[in-house]
Ligand binder design. Structure first.
Ligand SMILES: Cc1ncc(C[n+]2csc(CCOP(=O)(O)OP(=O)(O)O)c2C)c(N)n1
Ligand code: SF4
Length: 279
């Protein structure tokens, strides 16, 4: 028996990296997301031209420019409808949304709900730093009630939204959380999420070292979810409501029919469609 041969991949992580230098602050959590995404794409050996990274506006939303994949740096909060249209028109592409907690859950909150329930085969990454980083530190929907900022010196007094629970209630079938300090762990989550044949949500705790330096402590606080993904929504809901917001892993993976699949199946029976519209 000879030595086991390493599995050769055609694409290496570096092949997905563009020559645009990120302008993120040194130490920003979003660097870890970029690196994890490239590792996941390498693992899946997806040709860069078969991948589209779609974003809105925010520091997190700059990610498409830093990849060699196709991309669209769109309008604040509108990455999901853009990505949905692209996936329906070009179902052969792997479509990934790069978003922030502000982009996905504040201005884009309505689109988030409907992307979850439509179950189009997309992977939505929400880089959650519990702040609007790009516009210099305003509270976002995931900011805790007591965090003092220039806009709300005594805190907003408003309870944070729970993105994973909202996604579950809205019908998403794949729900996970990662931490940017563990790029290998996030890469594994992203591989699973991209393979999932429907809408997959990966919230990634991604510290904003400039406006929320205390988030560097997440490194000591995150912990694995320590249990296999729930298969039923009621069990997933129980876990998500008992969760402290710092556990990482896949919470829920359901077998749901994805929307483009249904559209393709419908399209294939042309005779039936013609008969339906016959005068
Ligand atoms: C229609 C519109 N409203 C507001 C803004 C200003 N704006 C740009 S980015 C942003 C928030 C970004 O926060 P987040 O998505 O959490 O990303 P981060 O910068 O923290 O990565 C806001 C409010 C805008 N560009 N367009
Ligand atoms: S402002 Fe915050 S989110 Fe934006 S690049 Fe700097 S550290 Fe990252």
């Amino acid at each position: 028996m000879g030595k086991p041969q390493p599995i050769m991949t055609r694409h290496a992580a570096k092949d997905y990296k563009s020559n645009v230098t990120p302008i993120w602050c040194p130490g920003c959590g979003h660097f870890g997301v970029q690196s994890a995404l490239f590792r996941a794409l390498e693992h899946l050996d997806l040709p860069p031209e078969q991948v589209a990274v779609i974003s809105g506006i925010g520091c997190s939303s700059r990610l498409p420019a830093y990849t060699e994949c196709y991309g669209f740096h769109g309008i604040h909060g509108r990455a999901l409808p853009l990505a949905t249209g692209l996936k329906l028109a070009r179902p052969e592409l792997t479509v990934i949304v790069a978003s922030g907690d502000g982009d996905a859950l504040s201005i884009g909150g309505n689109h988030f709900l409907h992307a979850c329930r439509r179950n189009v085969d997309l992977t939505c990454i929400v880089m959650d730093n519990e702040v609007y980083g790009m516009t210099k530190g305003q509270p976002s929907p995931t900011t805790g009630p007591d965090w003092p900022s220039k806009l709300a010196p005594e805190g907003t007094g408003v309870n944070p939204l729970r993105p994973l629970a909202v996604a579950l209630a809205s019908g998403a079938g794949f729900i996970a959380r990662g931490f940017t300090g563990d790029p290998n762990g996030i890469a594994k989550l992203l591989v699973e999420a991209i393979r999932y044949p429907g809408f997959s949500l990966v919230q990634i705790l991604s510290p904003c070292v400039t406006y929320r330096p205390e988030e560097k402590l997440w490194k000591q606080q995150v912990h694995g979810v320590g249990i296999e993904p729930a298969l039923e929504p009621a069990e997933a809901a129980r876990r998500l409501f008992a969760d402290d917001g710092l556990s990482t892993g896949i919470f829920y993976r359901a077998a749901l029919p994805s929307y483009p699949g249904a559209v393709r199946a419908g399209r294939s029976d042309l005779t039936a469609i013609e008969a339906e519209f016959a005068l």
